[in-house]
Ligand binder design. Sequence first.
Ligand SMILES: [Zn+2]
Length: 233
Amino acid sequence: MAMPVDSTAQEFVRLKFCPDCGYRLEGLATDGRCPECGAQYTSQDIVLYGWKERVDKVSMIFGLGTSVCGAVGLIIGGVIIMMAPGSDQIGWLIVIIGIIVLGTTIWRWYRINEAIGESAGPWQLRLVPRGYALRYGPGTAKLTDWGPKMTVRFESSIDGFCAIHIAHELNVASWKLSLSAVPVEKARIFVQADLENLKPVIERVAMWLGSRARRPNYRQIVIQSKLEHFGAK
Ligand SMILES: [Zn+2]
């Protein structure tokens, strides 16, 4: 077999340990089954190890508190308008908008609490053609399929670390801004790697996402400009 041109990058992507049981795979075929546990692996699989970020509770609570204040303000304002002499339907409309804002805020609170409930620590992130999975602790990981609305974002966040965000984009554009923060938090992981090593990962993930979109589309993978300087640190 011919040696790959960029051997450093190829070496970074190649599986060194069985993602399920941790058995050393070095020296074995790039595609096959783990001799220890029988798990199937392929040369296309990417398994990264890192740390899941703790959810920033203070900023979350501040954001939710602002939403609650806005919703309550709308409801009170709507009621005051309704009580005013000769008022139209506008008071009702404002009250309904306030109730919707309050409802979505409560739903976000529920989702954020779910994310906080997961313990921070060493995590495994699997990026394979069939989907992605996060795993904490030993055992197998259940893959989530790459949807056509999937976004993967690579970003340098702390010195020496790259943050990878995976999120489902919501269909309703106006909701995206307020609701996308929760699934992003749930699938955010820090991996110790430099830009050169991450290039083959980014290229492969872009390829998988592109092949699953309705038309080939590489916009779904966003590499923040900050990452340009990542390798220079
Ligand atoms: Zn194994």
